[in-house]
Ligand binder design. Structure first.
Ligand SMILES: [Zn+2]
Length: 92
């Protein structure tokens, strides 16, 4: 079991994307610790291994395939690896 951080509003820099396309995988990589995390359920809040309130590092994702909620202390360290169901469009 993952331990959930006590606060989930740790970052003012969180984004929530409403699903315009169907999410297949809600995944991201932290470029600090290179950990790849994946949220597999609507209430599956998961963080990378360097995520810390004290050092203000790390990233988190939440929402599973229902929606994509992601956060980071520094979004330049956040690499989005999510996969979407494409309908006829090539991904860039
Ligand atoms: Zn990390």
């Amino acid at each position: 079991m993952l331990e959930y951080p006590e606060k989930t509003d740790i970052s003012s820099q969180y984004v929530e994307k409403v699903c315009m396309r169907k999410l297949i995988r809600n995944r991201a990589q932290c470029l600090d610790c290179m950990d790849i995390i994946e949220s597999i359920g609507r209430h599956h809040f998961t963080t990378c291994k360097c995520y810390s309130d004290e050092t203000k590092t790390g990233i988190f994702i939440d929402g599973g395939q229902c929606y994509q909620r992601s956060g980071a202390y520094d979004f330049s360290k956040f690499k989005d690896l999510s996969e979407y169901e494409e309908d006829g469009m090539e991904s860039l």
